[in-house]
Design a protein around this ligand. Structure first.
Ligand code: FUC
Length: 825
């Protein structure tokens, strides 16, 4: 473990003698900047007229927010700390603050009654395919498999799909001049989820500490200095500009109660100031003044009236309303305000560290580099020149885990396209739940990096889609079960959108893909009660949908007709991607029904369908064919590689079990190239890891960091899109541990440059937790903790070893002369 560089520490220690310095932090776990952001005190929507685009353009107008802010979150509240001097500023989010849904002025019927009755057209489409009339099939699909709900807001009409929207912003003017600042540091420590801003002005050392507590559901901001009476502050809260409400004041507290204009969603933001020394008071504009305080702690709580609903009443516009945010926020503030800062901080750190500390990654720990002493943007810039920085590579792994904990905690919604962080009324792709790779990728690292509880919000979210998704399945496919489409919101939206561009808008396997996460969660945790009580029904009903969606052709095969491969190519009678997802959900359903020993007859049907699914095919370039016809273009460098789903995240293609198909997948990856958007590089990294090509996976990881990462390590599509962060973290895990092929595979894609290191606390399917150590590019030791007492089958290079395990016991394996041996049980 390395500590923060001597020079940085001495700056902090030297300048703040009489003052607690920033704790010596492990540079593996710290993101930091040495330049303040500007004191631009207005939000992106400005102070006057709101821009007509509501901020949905792809270029974020606030470069600093997107590149140099520090994100904090507790899964419900999110904030980005700008760390500016004269006016501190932080953007603010509440996860459920969304426009759209059944409570717009157009009413519930306008929201729910949007599925087209298209199922009867399927037979004409299939007949057209049989006659070779693909044009007709495509036309019929385009005309019938959209809806009337536009993805974009329409002038003068209530916006039904809606968007994730900002919960406003905070500014705190400090009266400190910007032109005389020394020793500025803005840092985020990933092992405690604390953001700190510290600097000196003349002989005063200032420090601000921020965290967002999950146990106490409050954001805490403390402003201190080494000189008494130095805190002269003015805190202002600016609400979402497309909302109306009132500020209520008490002595040192302010409460904003507002409603979004679009759907009347109610939200409350409460702020309490707790000064030591000096005084604090509020004014008519709802601002808080602090004068001559020695220090001040602000507590901020926020909530909306949104209630997650697994069984929405389609006639009730308020079916997702059920929380009184004025009450919930009051309780949180009251509880937190009885506790001193240190106790709030300790409770927060303990809660957070209990998750974060489960896994450590160390890469070439003895490698000394000047990068260790550089700020994160400088470090990244150096890495971009090709200089090795294994610390940065581990930091990125841990940053993904940090972001997942910060944006996805049980009891709230899953991480959206920007996790929980957004700075405008609307945003790219509505900052929604995108079901053709993005929301799924968000959860790739959850179980493998030992954060299974962070996946529970996704599982709850899937449950919200089932009832509306049954209507969609029925209307478009006459199918049992449920499905979703390309985009979802927090109000159970499962219908396709209005666009006739089927390449993205036709996505019926979105539901089955989501449902594969259910089995995956079970397989990692082996939580049988979960499978029995919640999981199995979701898997089974998704498998039923898949079976009914398939076309049983006269020749006896099953194909997905019509289908598409996102987001290019023709409307097809059997896109590889759709088949791969369907294979996976059927395999999951078969396994789950065996585990629970139920539905034997239906299992036979799933097995039968699986046996007769149109097979994977290899085309004229040796590539895994993307469509039913051999039309793949070797020049095609499209970012989507969904036809490789079976290789990753699925498990029907692997170099060990299906070497020819794995080779065909490799050809596809060669054609597509090693560039693309952030998330796409993140996916290719995972795919190369599954092909057991460590050096190529490493190249993709490097490309992701170099070409798809902002200065604050946020993934960039561009714009900022969080999926790539999660894909990156998952990919590193896949390089060092895989467990999808029926055994645990150690160091399956270790790149040559990672000579030495360890990865501890990671999970494998079967509920094993592993600590893996290697030296000179060879495995030295692995400790396997058995969480469920199932037999353990371990594979390393050409070695394989299987042994029975007992729940709660550890097993140590070592390699001697290349031989893997169980040395301790
Ligand atoms: C899919 C991708 C885009 C983007 C969007 C949110 O449509 O093709 O690149 O990630 O989702």
């Amino acid at each position: 473990m390395k500590t923060v560089s001597i020079s940085l520490l001495s700056i902090m220690l030297g300048s703040m003698q009489a003052f607690t310095p920033i704790e010596a932090q492990n540079s593996l776990y710290t993101l930091w900047f040495d330049q303040p952001n500007t004191s631009r005190s207005v939000p992106v929507w400005g102070e006057g007229e709101i821009a007509p685009d509501e901020g949905c353009t792809f270029e974020n107008k606030d470069w600093e927010w997107e590149h140099t802010s520090l994100p904090l979150g507790n899964g419900s509240i999110g904030a980005n700390i700008l760390g500016s001097i004269a006016t501190e500023r932080f953007t603010f989010n509440e996860k459920s603050l969304w426009r759209g849904g059944p409570n717009t002025s157009a009413g519930a019927d306008n929201y729910w009654n949007v599925n087209k009755s298209s199922a009867s057209v399927l037979k004409d489409i299939r007949q057209a395919f049989s006659q070779g009339n693909n044009e007709k099939a495509a036309q019929l699909t385009q005309d019938n498999f959209n809806s009337e709900v536009p993805y974009d807001p329409e002038p003068g009409k209530p916006f039904r799909f809606g968007s994730y929207t900002s919960c406003g912003e905070f500014t705190i003017t400090t009266g400190i001049p910007e032109n005389d600042i020394q020793h500025y540091v803005r840092s985020l420590s990933l092992d405690s989820a604390l953001a700190t801003v510290s600097f000196c002005n003349k002989d005063t050392a200032y420090r601000r500490e921020y965290f967002i507590s999950y146990p106490h559901q409050v954001m805490v901001a403390r402003f201190t200095a080494n000189r008494k009476g130095s805190q002269n502050l003015l805190l202002s809260y600016t609400p979402n500009p497309f909302s109306h409400g009132k500020f209520k004041r008490e002595k040192q507290d302010v409460c904003f109660d507002g409603k979004l204009d679009n759907n009347r969603m109610r939200y409350t933001v409460r702020i309490k100031a707790l000064p030591k020394g000096g005084k604090a008071w509020t004014d008519k504009q709802g601002r808080i003044h602090v004068e001559k305080a020695d220090e001040v702690m602000f507590l901020i709580a926020a909530d909306t009236d949104y209630k997650m609903n697994f069984n929405p009443d389609f006639s009730n516009p308020e079916t997702y309303v059920g929380v009184n945010p004025a009450e919930s926020t009051k309780q949180w503030i009251e509880t937190a305000s009885r506790l001193p800062f240190e106790e709030l901080k300790q409770t927060h750190c303990q809660d957070y560290a209990a998750l974060f500390n489960r896994s450590t990654l160390s890469l070439n720990p003895n490698w000394e580099t000047e990068s260790d002493r550089l700020s994160t943007p400088q470090r990244l810039a150096r890495y971009r020149t090709g200089a090795p920085d294994y610390g940065l590579e581990s930091l990125y792994y841990q940053f993904g885990r940090y972001l997942l904990i910060a944006s996805s905690r049980p009891g709230n919604l899953p991480a959206n396209l920007q996790g929980i962080w957004h700075n405008n009324v609307d945003g790219p792709w509505r900052v929604d739940y995108h079901n053709n790779i993005n929301v799924q990728m968000n959860y790739w690292p959850a179980c493998p990096t030992n954060l299974p509880e962070c996946e529970l919000p996704l599982i709850d979210f899937i449950r919200t889609l089932v009832k509306p998704g049954e209507k969609t399945a029925q209307a478009y496919f006459g199918a049992r079960g449920w499905t979703a489409s390309i985009s979802s919101n927090i109000f159970g939206f499962t219908t396709p959108l209005s666009s006739k561009d089927m390449s993205w808008n036709f996505s019926p396997v979105a539901g089955p893909w989501l449902a594969t996460h259910i089995w995956n969660y079970y397989d990692y945790t082996r939580d049988l009660d979960f499978l029995k009580d919640t999981g199995y029904e979701l898997i089974k009903s998704s498998a039923r949908f898949a079976v009914d969606y398939l076309w049983h052709k006269p020749d006896g095969t099953y194909t997905a007709a019509p289908s598409t491969s996102p987001e290019h190519g023709p409307i097809d009678e059997g896109a590889t991607f759709s088949h791969a997802v369907i294979r996976e959900i059927l395999l999951d359903a078969i396994e789950a029904s065996k585990v629970l020993n139920v539905d034997g007859d239906e299992r036979k049907e799933w097995e039968e369908v699986l046996r007769h699914m149109a097979p994977y095919r290899t085309g004229r370039y040796g590539q895994l064919m993307e469509w039913s016809k051999d039309i793949d273009d070797p020049q095609d460098s499209h970012r989507h590689v969904n036809h490789l789903f079976g290789l990753h995240p699925g498990h029907t293609i692997s170099p060990i079990t299906t070497p020819e198909l794995a080779q065909a997948a490799r050809v596809v990856l060669e054609h597509r190239g090693d560039g693309a958007t952030g998330w796409s590089m993140g996916w290719k990294l995972n795919l190369w890891a599954r092909l057991h090509d460590g050096n190529r996976a490493y190249k993709l990881y490097g490309n992701l960091l170099k070409n798809g990462t902002n200065e604050n390590l946020w993934d960039s599509h561009p714009p900022f899109q969080i999926d790539g962060n999660f894909g990156g973290t998952a990919g590193v895990t896949e390089m060092l541990l895989q467990s999808h092929a029926g055994f645990i595979h150690l160091l399956p894609a270790l790149p040559d440059v990672w000579h030495e290191g360890h990865l501890t606390g990671v999970r494998a399917r079967g509920n094993f937790t592993l600590d893996i150590y290697w030296h000179d590019n060879n495995l030295t030791q692995v400790v396997v903790h058995s969480g469920s007492g199932v037999p353990c089958r371990i594979h390393y290079k050409k070695e394989e070893i299987t042994f029975p395990t007992e729940t709660g016991k550890d097993y140590i394996l070592k390699t001697t002369n290349g031989k893997l041996q169980l040395v301790h049980k």
